[in-house]
Design a protein around this ligand. Sequence first.
Ligand SMILES: *Cc1c(COP(=O)(O)O)cnc(C)c1O
Length: 374
Amino acid sequence: MTNTHDTLAAPAHVSAIAPYQAGKPIEELAREFGLDPANIIKLASNENPLGMPESARAAMLAAATSLGRYPDPNGFELKSTLSRLYGVPMEWITLGNGSNDILELVALALLEKGASAVYSQHAFVVYRLATQARGARHIMVPARDYGHDLDAMLEAIADDTRVVYIANPNNPTGTFVPAARIQAFLEQVRARHGQRVVVVLDEAYNEYLDPEHRFDSVAWVREFPNLIVSRTLSKAYGLAGLRVGFGTAQPALTDLLNRVRQPFNVNTLAQAAAIAALQDKEFLARAYQLNKEGKAQLSQAFDALKLQYVPSYGNFVLVRVGDAPRINLELLKRGVIVRPVAGDGLPEWLRITIGLPHENARFIEALTDILRSA
Ligand SMILES: *Cc1c(COP(=O)(O)O)cnc(C)c1O
C-alpha cells in the first residue's frame, strides 16, 4: 500500500512551487555577519526610504483604540476615499491585503487546472506563484529589451487562457510600456477574445512616473469590462508593513473577486492609514522628488563605473554587475542589502532600491570599492 499516512499530501503543483525570495531583513544580516543593525542599509524591497507618512501614523494610532473589533469587511471609508480620488463607484473597488492579494484573488477567481495565464519573462514573480498555486498552465513570453513584448503576449494567448498579467512599470526590470501601446493591446484582446481573457494591469509604481508618462488607466476600466487595474500603498505611499492595495474593475469582475476574498482581508490599522496616506499629496510629492534625484544619483554612478543598467521608471534600478552572487556577498559584508534577481532569470544583475541620498552614496561607495579590488 502506498498510502502510509507518513508524508504530507499536497497537489504536485503546490509541492513544485519555488517559494518567494524576499529581501533579507536587516536583523538577519546583523546576526549572520556580526554587524551593527544601525550601520546596515537595506535597498532590497522597493520600500519608501522616507518611511510611513506622519499623517498615516497619526490616523493609525487613532484607529488602534478599536482593535477589539473586526475591521470593516467592506472598507466603506477607504473605498469612499478611493471612489472620490479615482472617480469610480465604490462597487468597482476591491481592497487587498497588499496588491499581491488582488493579484492572487484574480488567480483564485479565474484560474484552475486546464486554464492558463500569460505573463512576461522577468515580470513580477507573483504572477508565476499565483498561477502555479492554482495548478494552471504558465505561458511565459520572452521579454524584449527586458520588458513586456505585448505583440508576442497577444499571440501567446491560447484557447484556455483566462488571465494576462502586465506590470507597468515592471519589477524587477523597471521597464515601462507607453499608454498608447497598452490601449492598443486592450483593444486587440477585446477584438480577438471578448471578455474571455481578463487583463490585470499591475501599476504598483504608477506614482513614480514622470508627468509626461502618466495616463488615466482607470478610464480604460470604464471601457473594458475584462480589465482590472491594481495599485498599492506599499511603495510611494510608504505603507509596505501594513499591507494594503486595491483593484479597480467593473462590477461583474469585482463581484467574482469578492466571492473568493477573505471577509476581513484588510485590517483596521491598514484601512485607517491608507485613507490618510491617499490624501497626503505633500508626502507623495516628496517621495516622487526624492526618487527622481536618487535615480539620477545611481544612474550617474553606473555610467561612471561603466556598468550596464536598465533605465528605470520605478523606485529601483536593475544593474548588470557580472558575478552577481560574489558582488552581493561583498555588499552584504559591507552592510548593504540589495536584491539578487537570478530567480527572475537575471543571474548577472542586481536590483537596487533607490534610497535616501546618503544610503545611495553608501551603496555606490561599497560597489566601487568591490569592483576596484576585483
Ligand atoms: C511591490 C509590488 C507589488 C505589490 O506589493 P504589495 O505590497 O503586495 O502591494 C505588486 N506588483 C509589483 C510589480 C510590485 O513590485
